[in-house]
Structure formats: C-alpha cells, structure tokens
Ligand binder design. Structure first.
Ligand SMILES: Nc1ncnc2c1ncn2[C@@H]1O[C@H](COP(=O)(O)OP(=O)(O)OP(=O)(O)O)[C@@H](O)[C@H]1O
Ligand SMILES: [Mg+2]
Length: 241
C-alpha cells in the first residue's frame, strides 16, 4: 500500500498557540527566572542541611516549605493566559492552618505574643494554598501594624452548626474610617513603596470564592480585627464539592 503525504491547510489539527500579550510575556518570563533561582536555592539548602546542627534543621524545614510555596505560586504565574489547571479542593482544618501560620510568625517575630483560641472541628472545604495565603496576608498586615512587641490573637471556632468563624486581632496602630473604607480596594496601600495593596483584595477574593465573607473592625491606636465566616464542612464529607 502506498501512503501519500498530503499537504493540508487544516491548522485545526495543530495545537493552538495564543499570541501572548506583553503582560503575559512578563508574567511567564518572571516565572521562568524565578524557577531557575529557586532551583539554585534548593540546591544550596540541601547542602546546608549537612553543615547545620540539629537545632538548625527545623528552620531549614521551614525554608524548604516556604520555597515549595513560592514554587507553586511561580507555576501559577507561568499559567497566566492559559486555561486554569485543575486544583482540587480538600478538607482544611482552619485551626491547624492557623497554628502553622502562628509558628511561622513566631519564628519571624519572636517579640510578638500570639494567643490562640482554636476549636479542633473548624473544618472547611477549599484550596489549602489559597487559604494559607489569606492567613499569611492577614498575619503580615497585623505584624506590620505593630511596634516590636504587640499581641496577636488567632481564633477558629465552629458556630451555629454550619459556619466556621476565624479571626485575627492585633493591638497595632489601627485604621481611620477612611482607610477602613478603602482597605479591601485593589492597589490601595498606606505603606508607600513597601506595599502593593494587593493583599486584602486577594483575601476578599479568595474568601468569596469559598462562599464566605470577610469584614474588619478597627480603632485607631487600639488595633484591628478581621473576621472571616466560611461554610463548615465535616471532615468526613467527600471533598469534590
Ligand atoms: N492589621 C492592620 N492594621 C492596620 N492597618 C491595616 C491592617 N491591615 C491592613 N491595613 C491597611 O490596609 C491597607 C491595605 O492592606 P493590603 O494588605 O491590601 O496592602 P499592603 O499591606 O499595604 O501591601 P501588600 O500588598 O504588601 O499586602 C494597608 O496599607 C494598611 O493601611
Ligand atoms: Mg498586606
């Protein structure tokens, strides 16, 4: 049998290549370069394991964990402009998640006191990486708002049978009414070049993606509380929701 190669104009058979916009180009370029830097950093971290004593190992573990979170974010950046990858939801114990974040802040800012008020049945269903980012943003804001030795309270409680209430309170410099009204606006910041104003906008977006809501109360020179309300899901419930 003779096979003939037939030239075809049918470009539908080829994978579609989108024309990247300048923003997509920048996002993918940054993602690519960050991946390379992370690769070097992880290599050096492996070496460092051999040099540091047992007291240094838990800190290295924290850096490795942070590095893998950056890697996840970098992967997301490389997907800008492409169809979303399937990121499955799972059961998240908000109490445990807050505990992890409290340890992280405790290592970073040893002078800050952290009080925990955590209920072990405070489970929700969602994207754990995103929920972590919510708490990290709120915690870093709380730390920014405090002088060296303030107090943060972290709480997670199941309320009224169907809702998980999480809160983060600080006794920092607080917000005026004008700042409170704009705090969740994307790109609103009072931190000059040190802030981007993206943190709270992302917090709101992620919480709403999880069918929850977030609000704040604040008094100048007294402190600020962020309250998050998320739908409670029993840990035994299947996580395809
Ligand atoms: N806990 C807090 N105490 C006092 N002010 C706060 C607190 N959290 C947020 N704010 C105010 O809300 C603004 C917006 O916060 P957001 O997290 O969105 O941006 P940012 O912290 O300025 O920058 P970044 O993008 O680095 O997070 C802050 O600049 C600050 O004025
Ligand atoms: Mg912030």
């Amino acid at each position: 049998m003779e096979l003939k190669l037939v030239a075809s104009n049918n470009t539908n058979l080829l994978p579609k290549t989108e024309a990247p916009t300048p923003v997509i180009d920048i996002a993918r370029g940054v993602s690519h370069d960050l991946c390379n830097v992370l690769c070097w950093m992880n290599g050096y971290l492996q070496e460092l394991r051999e040099y540091c004593g047992p007291e240094g190992l838990p800190l290295i573990k924290e850096i490795v964990q942070a590095s893998s979170e950056i890697e996840q974010l970098t992967k997301q950046l490389s997907q800008v402009g492409r169809p979303q990858l399937d990121d499955p939801k799972k059961s998240i114990n908000m109490g445990e998640l807050l505990l992890q974040q409290a340890e992280f802040v405790g290592n970073l800012y040893p002078d800050i006191t952290i009080n925990l008020n955590i209920d072990t049945v405070s489970t929700v269903v969602g994207h754990e990486d995103k929920m972590k980012r919510v708490m990290q943003n709120l915690l870093l804001n709380a730390c920014d708002a405090m002088q060296q030795n303030g107090t943060i309270e972290l709480g997670a409680k199941k309320i009224d049978g169907s809702t998980v209430h999480c809160w983060i309170s600080d006794d920092g410099y607080g917000m005026s009414k004008t700042i409170q009204d704009r705090a969740f606006d994307r790109y609103f910041t009072t931190k000059g070049n040190k802030g981007t104003g993206i943190g709270l906008a992302n917090v709101k977006q992620i919480v709403e993606e999880h069918d929850g809501n977030v609000s704040l109360t604040s008094v100048v020179d007294k402190g600020t509380t962020f309250d998050l309300y998320l739908p409670f899901k029993n840990a035994n419930v299947s996580c395809t929701a």
